[in-house]
Design a protein around this ligand. Structure first.
Ligand SMILES: Nc1ncnc2c1ncn2[C@@H]1O[C@H](COP(=O)(O)OP(=O)(O)OP(=O)(O)O)[C@@H](O)[C@H]1O
Ligand SMILES: [Mg+2]
Length: 372
């Protein structure tokens, strides 16, 4: 089996380092504060949070993990939120009691093909109202008041903005503010939106949580991890080559594992020593394997968005300067702003300070090839 994993979150032996960060998360939540975890895409936020959840549960704090990615309506919000609560709570009867007390929602148990009971809900009202959602948002505090502290983790939290027109962001903020037994941990993969939500003083979540910014994994530990994983398959890799891998994928944890997985696959079972040429070959193979997808993704872009991406392969600084615009034929600043916004929203690029960069080093290479 390939010893490198990028398909699912890193858990157990596949997870390394992040000791300080885990401790900080556990202590902050244990201390009764809310926390927002900020980092660019694919840095290992969800994996880190799962590690912290394990430790919180060991000290008797229940953690509810709610992934907002599939949320697209108030109904789906209600359903998925309640499911997340139900899955994690030990006192399921208590939750069912609390739901039964709400006028507009009824708990409903069904049975799957194997006869296993499944939790669901039924709406009494034709459309879930914001008043019902407000009641749901009070549940964590009610459950926690029974004596057991509760942490609610909201992953892909930026997706709450899909329900912007209902004022859900402000509603949630007003509810959690009043809760003293339940705490919240927020994280999300669209960094620029998360930053906007928590750092802009005109937004409801401003100042609502402590902030933890995580960076890439430390080089030393990453090199040790890569070396030992290859060694277990009798493949040697030098420190210099490990560094070369890190530089090719800009140190991003997910892409490190993706490239290593490809290298491992390429070398098994006959090759035993990683070289820079092998690293380059495998890097190119990943770009080629994904090229259909990259082609479609690029094809959908406007001419200006494409020119912007090509420009970003060279530099992501001062992109609104007259010189940058002229040099890269990016015409009017307002259309450029729109192009930037679309690429940020689609998760193609990320913004840190005033610098823009590709989220995916393989796609960046695709664009370099495309431009030449
Ligand atoms: N601590 C870690 N140890 C080992 N590998 C890690 C670690 N953190 C992240 N990774 C690698 O990065 C991959 C992505 O991790 P994860 O899904 O947790 O990131 P994320 O920041 O939540 O991503 P997204 O921005 O897409 O939500 C993992 O599958 C794993 O390969
Ligand atoms: Mg994640």
């Amino acid at each position: 089996m390939n010893p490198f994993n990028y398909i699912s979150i890193a858990q157990g032996d596949n997870f390394f380092d992040r000791v300080e960060e885990t401790k900080r998360i556990v202590e902050t939540l244990q201390g009764g504060n809310n926390l927002v975890l900020l980092a660019p895409r694919r840095y290992g936020k969800t994996s880190l949070v799962f590690r912290a959840i394990e430790q919180l549960e060991q000290i008797g704090i229940s953690c509810v993990y709610f992934d907002l990615m599939p949320v697209y309506s108030l109904e789906s919000f209600a359903e998925l939120y309640l499911q997340a609560l139900y899955t994690k709570l030990s006192s399921k009867e208590r939750l069912i009691q609390l739901i039964a007390a709400l006028k507009s929602i009824r708990p409903k148990m069904t049975f799957d093909a194997f006869g296993k009971p499944e939790f669901g809900i039924e709406f009494v009202e034709p459309k879930v109202s914001i008043a019902t959602i407000a009641q749901l948002l009070e549940l964590p505090e009610k459950i926690a008041q029974d004596g057991k502290r509760l942490v609610v983790v909201m992953d892909e939290f930026q997706e709450i903005r899909k329900l912007h027109k209902f004022g859900l962001e402000a509603l949630l903020r007003s509810k959690i503010q009043l809760q003293h037994h339940a705490n919240y941990l927020f994280l999300g993969s669209k960094t620029h939106i998360m930053q906007d939500m928590f750092m802009d003083k005109n937004k409801p979540f401003y100042n609502s949580a402590m902030t933890l910014q995580i960076s890439t994994l430390p080089e030393r530990e990453t090199i040790d991890f890569i070396t030992s994983r290859f060694a277990a398959s009798s493949i040697q890799i030098s420190e210099q080559q490990c560094r070369y891998i890190l530089s090719r994928v800009e140190n991003i944890p997910y892409y490190i594992q993706l490239l290593c997985a490809e290298i491992w696959q390429y070398m098994m079972p006959d090759l035993h020593e990683v070289t820079n040429e092998i690293i380059d070959t495998c890097f190119t193979r990943v770009v080629e394997l994904k090229s259909d997808y990259y082609f479609e993704r690029t094809d959908r872009l406007s001419a200006l968005q494409k020119r912007l991406l090509v420009a970003l392969t060279k530099s992501g600084q001062n992109i609104y300067s007259a010189d940058y615009i002229l040099r890269n034929q990016l015409v009017g600043a307002s259309s450029l702003q729109k192009a930037v916004a679309v690429l940020l929203d689609e998760g193609v690029i990320d913004k840190s300070g005033n610098t823009y960069s590709f989220c995916n080093p393989f796609y960046k290479q695709y664009i370099i090839n495309y431009a030449s």
